[in-house]
Write a protein that binds this ligand. Structure first.
Ligand code: GRF
Length: 220
């Protein structure tokens, strides 16, 4: 069996994206192991999801640090100690310092619940509804120092329905997040993805701004 890539996951909340990645590691379709799950939130559901399957966890509470760079330094050290080769942000609600981002540049991914570059930041679903958008979605992107601004790896597009609330739309998009995030991690594990001079090279070709083009269906 070929070597498993070591993934570090940073999560602050429920951890359903973490779960999707755990599931794909466990069924063998993702050639990776989760080396550590780190949270800044002692109450994060992600901690239970990880520890229930024996994945090492660590809580590094940002409230224990007076400076952002000290918190980031502790997280970087923990990831390095765990020998992490890919860092996956899965609902991690802290903004990372450029020092952190540059340390893992090209090995650091995020998932954001909008069709970036539309709606960086918070309340993305409500903003899409308020704007009367006909479609919304989620984006997996490499992280660069600009918030939600790194190049897109893959997007899932989801229609906005007439009676959508932010919650309904968020739940529908989340189901697609659970497909595209493990997929992007898998491409990384297969050595297909490379961040080069702010662009993505996918399978030796320059990727267009909207990322890998993909037909994704809702799972039944
Ligand atoms: C997801 O909507 C993700 O796009 C965003 O935070 C949410 C995390 O959800 N970055 P979960 O903790 O993975 O369930």
């Amino acid at each position: 069996m070929s070597k498993l890539l070591r993934i570090g996951v940073l999560a602050s909340g429920g951890g359903t994206n973490l779960q999707a990645i755990i599931d794909r590691c466990m069924d063998g379709s993702l050639a990776a192991e989760i080396a550590v799950v780190i949270t800044n939130n002692p109450g994060a559901g992600a901690l239970d999801r990880a520890s229930s399957v024996g994945v090492p966890t660590l809580c590094i509470n940002h409230r224990d640090f007076s400076q952002r760079h000290e918190f980031d330094g502790a997280v970087v050290k923990a990831l390095q100690d765990a020998g992490v080769e890919l860092v996956v942000l899965a609902g991690f609600m802290r903004i990372l310092t450029p020092h952190f981002v540059n340390r893992f540049l090209g090995q650091l991914m995020n998932i954001h619940p909008s069709l970036l570059p539309k709606y960086p930041g918070l309340h993305t679903h409500q903003r899409a509804i308020d704007a009367g958008d006909s479609e919304a979605g989620a984006t997996v992107h490499f992280v660069t120092p600009e918030l939600d601004g790194g190049p897109t790896i893959v997007q899932a597009r989801v229609p906005v329905l007439k009676n959508d609330t932010a919650e309904l739309l968020a739940n529908r998009i989340l189901a697609f997040e659970h497909q595209i995030y493990p997929l992007a991690a898998e491409w990384f594990c297969q050595g297909l993805l490379e961040l080069r001079d702010g662009n993505i090279i996918f399978d030796n070709e320059l990727l267009p701004a909207e990322g890998v083009s993909l037909e994704i269906r809702e799972k039944q």
